[in-house]
Design a protein around this ligand. Sequence first.
Ligand SMILES: [Zn+2]
Length: 370
Amino acid sequence: MLLSHGKFFNHRENRTIDFPRYIFVEDGASSRFGEALGGFAGNIAVLTQKEVLEKFPVIFDLLKQSAESMVSYELSSVPVARRLMDLSLSVARQHPEVVIGIGGGSVLDSAKYVSYLLNLPLIAVPTLASNDGICSPVASLFLEESQRSSIRTKMPYAVLADTSIIIDSPPHFTMAGIGDIISKLSSLEDWKLSNEKTGEEIDYFAWTLSKTACQSVLHFRDPSLDNEEFIDTLLESLISSGIAIEYAGSSRPASGSEHLLSHAADRLLDYSGIHGIQTGFFTCVVLNAKGSRYYREVLEFLDNLGFFRSLPRQLFDCDLFERVVELAPGIRKRYTFLDIINADDLKTAFDATCSDIENLRLTRSTADQA
Ligand SMILES: [Zn+2]
């Protein structure tokens, strides 16, 4: 899939909307790195983690050949904004023309932030399909060691997602991508709710883009983690969701009550949870509480993929959920379903969702043993 480059000025909102110049999602996408690198012939800053570049010999060889000078920076798996500001100063001293980020979600978040601080184009090469940050203007960073926040940055100049590499990534990361894309069902319903209750304007292009992305995954004919076409569809859907965020000028099309619950859980849990696993789970709870027609469909879709095996046990803890419900509405000023449901009804839906998931698990393990 290739989209042409464009900066589009939205006169009504008086802001520029930025689209990537290249989006390659395919088996062997890394072999098209030369096209994305195009006219950049000066210094190049590569932000990655140990051993990741070895997975991309084509990219590594091209970088060595075409760059006047390539400097590789080793990133930590915890993206802390303050440390990245320091890193940006070191990167700036090399006067690069372009930043290349190669790795999982945290690496891309870091590379996005560094390229934003230095106002340089970013070529993003994801190694995971774990969330819609692959191609969005938002980076999820720690402002302090323990508090993760979404920071507005800018869109990548190019994205190269090589399905042949991503298909071999640890399954729970791909499950997370599925959970993050499914969560748009709940986010979009919240956007409509806010439109009805507060008059917040809906951007229907962004709404449709996000809805179509989610439906393409949910209604895929034969979804499985080893089906390359499904992984392609998942990646393209995550990218479309990121583009919807840029188009709307906010994360509204991609983040609603389920994301608030997940962000609250991040602050309360003593481990660093995987974003898409949490948002996928809380989407089920919210859809159930809303009495949504999608609830059963989503539950069965996720169960068939084995999604619930990736859920950490802590998320089933009622006491934790009570604290999550208290904290979630204050995480961000955004009108959502959490503003109209009372805490007891939400807890009832949580209990019912947990038992539905347990029952599905039991049915599955009995069927597996038979
Ligand atoms: Zn998300």
